[in-house]
Ligand binder design. Structure first.
Ligand code: ATP
Length: 354
């Protein structure tokens, strides 16, 4: 990376014997929308809180804009945190809430009024500046909290599950709005969520965290299509993950043996070593329907459920107890309990060595 905005160097956070973050190293480029994704208790909020200055790491350092901020208080950092409950001031109007941070920074009155008006325009609430907070919907409160944060032009905006309290429809709308806002203001966002669909929808970079460690980090497409660990493959969407062992390798590709029989997959695995192979349900096909497909097994369809754009099927590989998840197109004529020939492009398999 060229000139990262944020550098976390060997961050560890312990509570007594419990390790919440374990020797974590991470770099964030300016202007990125970064999503910290992981299950409950994995350490996402702890990391966000260390970036914002609300928690001090037990060991390690944090640099923002080249400055060691490890021991600086939140107000001394170029960061603003938006909490899940938004922490808006109920006795103030929308405009007063947005102006609050500017007042604290002694911004002259006329400049302040301009900045608040601009912020109200950015979040599309230009007519609601005089409203009290209790007169707003959940989505509108969310936008005010964001406007209050971006108006002080932080280098880094930290968002702790900001959409957690909203219902699904508003949540999806707010995800699109968040991305549009980030593109408009070009501030670097770090956003915490445990929802992988939300992560894929909004992130430039996803950081998959598990038990205080980074499992995977990269653009959502890469993490989804080529996850670097079994955990990452499982957490970023549905996956078929099978144990395998190496029969032979040429250093670039490996012939692996699994319940799919023998398959040549990309990656090097020493002969006799074991690992896993994964493939997404949408990459398994019933019958030879795509170029470069290869038959990988016969499997009995044990269940099929209508999901709108596709049917979600479970199939058991013949002669094994291994079950596969598939997505079958509605127009494909096939019924549950049938034995089907399953095809896939070998390039869609990922060899997972951890
Ligand atoms: P969630 O999605 O549920 O918010 P998270 O990934 O954000 O989870 P953290 O809040 O970062 O998880 O917590 C990581 C771990 O550290 C958890 O096991 C939590 O119980 C523990 N932890 C956090 N704060 C403290 C504390 N002050 N004292 C002791 N343990 C703590």
């Amino acid at each position: 990376m060229s000139n990262p905005l944020v550098i976390c160097e060997d961050i560890q956070k312990t509570y007594g014997d419990f390790v919440a973050l374990d020797t974590l190293n991470m770099q964030i480029e300016a202007g990125q929308f970064v999503v910290l994704l992981g299950p409950s208790g994995s350490g996402k909020t702890t990391l966000l809180s260390i970036l914002g200055g609300f928690t001090t790491p037990t060991t390690g350092k944090v640099f923002i804009d080249g400055v060691d901020v490890t021991n600086l208080r939140p107000a001394e950092r170029p960061t603003v945190t938006v909490f899940q409950d938004y922490a808006l001031f109920p006795h103030m109007t929308v405009a007063q809430n947005i102006a609050f941070g500017l007042t604290m920074r002694n911004v002259p009155k006329l400049t302040l009024q301009d900045m608040v008006q601009n912020a109200l325009h950015t979040i599309d609430l230009q007519d609601l500046g005089g409203r009290r907070i209790h007169e707003l919907s959940g989505g509108q409160r969310q936008r005010v909290a964001l406007a209050r944060a971006i108006v002080v032009e932080p280098s880094l905006l930290l968002l702790d599950e900001p959409l957690g309290a909203l219902d699904l429809k508003i949540r999806q709308q707010m995800q699109d709005e968040l991305v549009a806002l980030q593109r408009k203001c070009k501030t670097t966002f770090v956003h915490v969520t445990h929802d992988q669909e939300e992560a894929m929808n909004i992130a430039d970079v996803v950081v998959v965290i598990n038990q205080g460690k980074i499992e995977d980090m990269g653009p959502p497409e890469r993490v989804y299509l080529h996850p670097s660990s079994v955990f990452s493959a499982n957490f970023m969407g549905e996956s078929n993950i099978l144990p395998c062992s190496s029969v032979g390798t040429n250093g670039v590709q490996t012939l692996v043996r699994s319940d799919f029989g023998e398959l040549l997959v990309t990656g090097e695995l020493r002969v006799g070593d074991t690992a896993h192979i994964s493939i997404r349900p949408e990459h398994l096909r019933v019958g030879h329907t795509a170029q470069n497909d290869q038959k990988i097994c016969d499997a009995k369809l044990v269940s099929m459920r209508f999901q709108g754009a596709y049917r979600r099927a479970v199939a058991q590989i013949d002669g094994t107890s291994t079950r596969l998840h598939l997505r079958i197109k509605p127009e494909q004529e096939i019924t549950a309990s049938e034995t089907a020939q399953i095809y896939a492009n070998p390039e869609d398999f990922v060899l997972l060595q951890r």
